[in-house]
Structure formats: C-alpha cells, structure tokens
Write a protein that binds this ligand. Structure first.
Ligand code: HEC
Length: 119
C-alpha cells in the first residue's frame, strides 16, 4: 500500500502536479524573453575543464603543467576561445568539435573566474 502511494507521488511530481500557481497578470517591468546565455552554472565549465583540460592545465588551470597556467591569463576572450576551438598542433588538441559554443563560453567563464593568484 505504501509503495503505491510512493509511486503515485512520483508520477504526480513527474507530470508537474500540483501545478505551480501562475502569475495573474504579466509584470510590465519584467525583462523580455531571456536571451539564452551560457553561464558556468547552467553548463558546468568547471567540470568540463576538470575532465578535458585539467590533465595539461594543472590544478584546474591554476598552475602550469604540460599547458600554461590559465588563471589570470591576460589574453582576450577571443584569443582564448580561438585556442580552445583550434588547439595548437603538437601542443594542445582542438576542442571546437567536442564542445558547443555555449560549452566553450562556460569553460571560458570558469577560467575567468580564477584570479591571478589562482583562487
Ligand atoms: C594535451 C595537453 C592539453 C590539453 C588537454 C589542453 N591544453 Fe590548453 N594548452 C596546452 C598547451 C601546451 C598550450 C600552449 C600552447 C601555445 O604554445 O600557445 C595550451 C594553451 C591553452 C590556452 C591559451 C593560453 C594562452 O595564454 O595563450 C588556453 C586558453 C587553453 N590552452 C585552454 C584549454 C582548455 C579550455 C582545454 C580543455 C578544453 C585545454 N586547454 C586542454 C595543452 C593542453
């Protein structure tokens, strides 16, 4: 009996019941439809970095390894994105096919979240 109740609750939750209350009138001051924007929280740049980049860019990009330290990198966003997408023959693999643009932005956001001291 208890199991049936649990299953019923799970199904109800899955179909979104009880429905959340809807705002009666749209807020005139509300911003328009949100522009999809990648952030390190909706696509986890830190995790992607740890799995794909961390073995060369040590300590999550905070220290040099096979690749340079990325924390506090002074180059432009475009330069970093270009390097991530195209890599460098013989030094760093290209990730332009492995990751979507949004994912690369999320990885860049993660790199930019590290300060020069690597905190
Ligand atoms: C096989 C080792 C390796 C892997 C894996 C790797 N890199 Fe690199 N990376 C390098 C090396 C080596 C360089 C230096 C290339 C050069 O001489 O410009 C570099 C350079 C860079 C630069 C340019 C830094 C600068 O100031 O010019 C960025 C940004 C970067 N890597 C990001 C990443 C990201 C993000 C990933 C994962 C998606 C990654 N790398 C994976 C080895 C690696």
């Amino acid at each position: 009996m208890r199991q049936i109740l649990v299953v019923a609750i799970l199904i109800a939750t899955a179909i979104g019941w009880p429905a959340p209350p809807r705002a009666a009138t749209p807020d005139a001051n509300a911003p328009g439809p949100a522009t999809p924007e990648a952030s390190s929280s909706d696509i986890d740049g830190e995790t992607m970095f740890a799995t794909s980049c961390g073995w060369c860019h040590q300590q999550g990009g905070r220290a040099a390894g096979r690749g340079p330290k990325l924390a506090g990198d002074k180059k432009s966003d475009d330069a970093l994105i270009d390097r991530i997408k195209r890599g460098k023959p013989g030094a760093m693999p290209a990730f332009g096919r492995a990751f979507s643009d949004g994912q690369i932005i999320a990885i860049l956001a993660y790199i930019r979240s590290l300060d020069d001291a690597g905190n």
